[in-house]
Design a protein. Structure first.
Lengths: 471, 339
């Protein structure tokens, strides 16, 4: 294999592994904020108990996200140096902005969030948590901005630089708000919140199945289920649909690849499942007539441009894009079904608590939402091929000329071993925290919590920690 | 173009922020097998850096992003040219994060001993590798006419580079030890009191040798100081800071001594910057191929946008960094949430 193919594999591997964690940082973070707000509002100790438990999980997930995130930042330079030279002026500034505005916020307040539980009152803990979770959302914002520039580049011009052609910024506002940015970031945020909600539901359903921590688990589902139901519907009818419209107008050949449309046609069908035969250029499967036209143009008679309108050298890997896209779509539909059925069981005399089959579905729901976010990301990235910057630079032109296949074999081997070990340890620790469960809080703990500093003034008037603890 | 110079200075500041802040927690990692005698003491050391190490490491991420944005041609050439070395940096960075987070999640002695060694090895590895990278940038690497660097891992590990790596280890071990005198109590503190002066002597000897070696290198480094005499303030400032730190340590004034140690690191990096400017990566093939502040930087539009972002963002960063350090000041007390 060539160094280029290996670098593609390595990037896909490391990016996919990294992308397991950020959606949890955002989604679980949102649920933690809900717990924090409830704790401040109601003073009921159960909310603090939930926060203390989930923040342990959050810490494990967060450290995995940080550790694997640094790899992504370095890999542009190591494996794709021609790309880095070409786009540094534009793309680099978005990554740097992520560092200043997002990572610093997260890194600064993470210590307070993870270690502050026994040193901060509920309001100050909520403040620190909001900063970390806000930082995580900010981080996604800059990354999706950077990636959207690769999908729909704007606000730049190509000129001769020191070592060849380079993209130079002409308008920062246009770089930031490329046509695909807004629909994409909303889609990613909502997907992440769904991941967070299902994570909480999964653990709660597991406890209910085992008959452990029953009351607190019901509280978790009461928070997470409504969130999940609303978001899963919105994701399909609003945020997902707006994505389809956006892709159809900005990257028509990508949309054609996603649905396997070869011939330009009116009233284009949308497949529920199917197979794209790339050699004889046909797509077979179960489809709903005119739905694709309706989806992309809100008009069943609208024309959808087919792949044949574009040179074959500009086609993405068609069947791969088709399959990962349909995996995401079908999971999205499944989430609505899961959410609605669980909600019905809940309102129907609380039958949800004893419906073991439904609890089992909820218990595995985190795997499904993770799979959906991954397949969404794959659709975006496989669908962009063969371009690294849409219609400006091909991925084949982007690789580092000095890196040999042998070197990339070494690093792929290193990442495979390292990430497999890392994932094993991650699951082991997660399992341990979940099996231990939320520790019961007694009156003494609640009393102690009330005496903690709970405003900036109290924190800064307080003497050094040693003197306050040891007298 | 003045913006290029501004970004050169800002870049040195970011690297300085990283080395000073993450430096003491790397130093803690390097020292801990030698100064902690039991599990409780090791936990004290880990918790001394517990709430801040992650924020410190962010300066490195910021360094990567700022290099990509301000000097993309340096980012592209260095990272791809040093491919295997960069992969090793990533390996040790990941291992270190995991070691710190996962060590205390189980009580088994073997589990903890394993992660302790990973923590030590990765802290040492990062320090040596970053020292080696800096040494190669000072000495110059094979940058060709297209800006590409071809160098094997073995070539990177030259005797000079290993010497700089060694000096980096001594420097951060010292910096970490002084930091820990602010965070520990009892026996552990007593041991650190005895260790710090010895570390300082070792560091001073190694660093003096490395400085002499650097000035003797066959490149522009020493020449740049001769042609810009005022830049001698950086090495002189470093020397003055290390002596100040020594005097303060003798008088058991540890917080000012720690600040003096940080100032020394800043002056040392300033010295490197002064010796290199306006070159960022000297070419060992032909000085016409040097990557400089002018030929490898982003265009003024990007540098301006980035400068505005830095002006908006950095005050906040400094404010909450200071706030977090203030909140977690004082000596370590272990509790349920500790590592």
């Amino acid at each position: 294999m060539t160094a280029e193919s290996l670098s593609r594999i390595q990037f896909a591997l490391t990016a996919s592994f990294h992308f397991i964690f950020p959606p949890i940082s955002m989604g679980l973070g949102l649920v933690l904020i809900v717990f924090g707000v409830q704790s401040v509002r109601t003073k009921d100790p159960k909310w603090r108990r939930l926060a203390v438990f989930w923040v342990k999980v959050y810490g494990i997930v967060f450290s995995m996200g940080v550790a694997t995130g640094i790899v992504q930042e370095f890999e542009f330079g190591t494996n794709w140096s021609e790309y880095s030279r070409f786009v540094g002026n534009v793309f680099g500034s978005l990554l740097a902005a992520e560092g200043v505005f997002a990572f610093m916020l997260e890194g600064g307040f993470l210590g307070l969030m993870l270690f502050g539980g026994s040193r901060l009152g509920p309001k100050m803990w909520l403040f620190a948590t909001s900063m970390v979770v806000g930082g995580a959302h900010f981080s996604a914002l800059w990354i999706i901005m950077a990636n959207s520039w690769m999908q729909t580049p704007a606000g730049y011009e190509v000129r001769q630089g020191t070592f060849g052609q380079q993209a130079f910024m002409t308008s920062f506002a246009d770089v930031v708000f490329t046509p695909s940015f807004l629909p994409r970031i909303l889609h990613v945020w909502v997907a992440s919140w769904m991941v967070g909600a299902t994570f909480v539901m999964s653990v709660a359903a597991f406890y209910l199945l085992k008959g452990r921590h029953v009351e607190i688990s019901k509280t978790m589902i009461r928070v997470a289920l409504p969130l999940f139901v609303v978001l899963s519907v919105l994701q399909v009818v609003a945020f997902g649909a707006s994505q389809a419209t956006e892709v159809a107008s900005n990257q028509p050949e990508k949309l054609a690849a996603m649905e396997g449309v070869f011939q330009t046609q009116q009233c284009a069908p949308m497949y529920l499942a199917g197979w794209v035969n790339e050699s004889d250029q046909t797509t077979t499967g179960v489809s709903i007539p005119c739905l694709l036209s309706l989806l992309v143009a809100q008009n069943p008679d609208a024309t959808v441009t087919g792949l044949n309108a574009f040179p074959q050298s500009d086609w993405a890997p068609l069947n791969l894009v088709f399959q990962v896209y349909h995996l995401m779509i079908n999971l999205g539909m499944l989430f609505i079904a899961i959410g609605v059925v669980a909600a019905v069981l809940f309102f129907w005399k609380r039958k949800l608590w004893s419906a073991r089959w439904m609890l089992w579905i909820l218990a595995v729901s985190i795997v499904l939402t993770e799979l959906a976010t991954q397949s969404g990301w794959w659709t975006a990235e496989f669908g962009r091929q063969p371009w690294v910057v849409w219609q400006v630079m091909r991925t084949a032109q982007a690789e580092s000329p000095t890196v040999s296949a042998g070197q990339v074999w070494f690093s792929i081997g290193m990442f495979v071993v390292l990430y497999a070990g890392l994932f094993g340890v991650f699951l082991f620790l997660l399992n341990k925290v979940i099996r231990t469960g939320p520790a019961p809080l007694d009156e003494e703990d609640a009393e102690e919590a009330r005496s903690l500093p709970d405003s900036f003034g109290e924190i800064f008037r307080r003497r050094s920690r040693v003197s306050s603890v040891t007298g | 173009m003045w913006l290029n110079d501004v970004w050169f200075v800002l870049y040195v500041v970011i690297i300085g922020g990283y080395v000073i802040l993450d430096g003491f927690d790397l130093g803690t990692g390097i020292l801990h097998p030698f100064i902690a005698r039991d599990d409780r003491e090791r936990r004290v050391l880990l918790n001394a850096i517990g709430p801040v190490w992650d924020g410190n490491e962010v300066w490195l991420v910021l360094g990567g992003g700022a290099l990509f944005a301000a000097f993309p041609l340096v980012y592209a050439s260095l990272f791809s040219g040093f491919y295997l070395a960069m992969m090793l940096v990533l390996l040790v960075l990941i291992l270190r994060t995991v070691a710190i987070e996962f060590r205390s999640k189980r009580t088994s002695t073997r589990w903890r001993a394993t992660w302790d060694w990973v923590f030590f090895g990765s802290s040492l590895g990062i320090t040596v590798l970053l020292g080696v990278a800096l040494a190669n940038v000072i000495r110059g690497v094979a940058v060709d006419a297209q800006g590409n660097i071809t160098v094997s891992l073995i070539d990177l590990l030259s005797p000079y580079a290993l010497a700089v790596g060694g000096a980096a280890v001594a420097m951060l071990a010292l910096h970490g030890a002084i930091f820990l005198t602010l965070k520990t109590t009892d026996d552990l503190l007593e041991r650190l009191h005895h260790l710090v002066p010895k570390l300082m002597v070792v560091f001073f000897v190694i660093m003096t040798a490395v400085v002499a070696w650097t000035l003797a290198l066959d490149n522009e480094f020493a020449e740049n100081f001769r042609s810009r005499p005022w830049t001698v303030v950086f090495p002189v400032g470093a020397l003055a800071s290390v002596l100040t730190s020594w005097v303060l340590l003798r008088r058991s004034r540890y917080l000012p001594a720690f600040l003096a140690s940080g100032t020394m690191i800043a002056f040392l990096l300033g010295s490197v910057a002064a010796g290199l400017y306006p070159v960022l990566v000297p070419s060992s093939i032909d000085s016409a191929y040097d990557l400089t502040v002018q030929n490898s930087a982003s265009a003024p539009e990007t540098l301006t946008v980035m400068f505005v972002m830095a002006l908006i963002g950095m005050p906040f960063v400094l404010l909450y960094t200071a706030g977090v350090y203030y909140f977690f000041r004082g000596r370590v007390v272990l509790d349920d949430e500790s590592y």
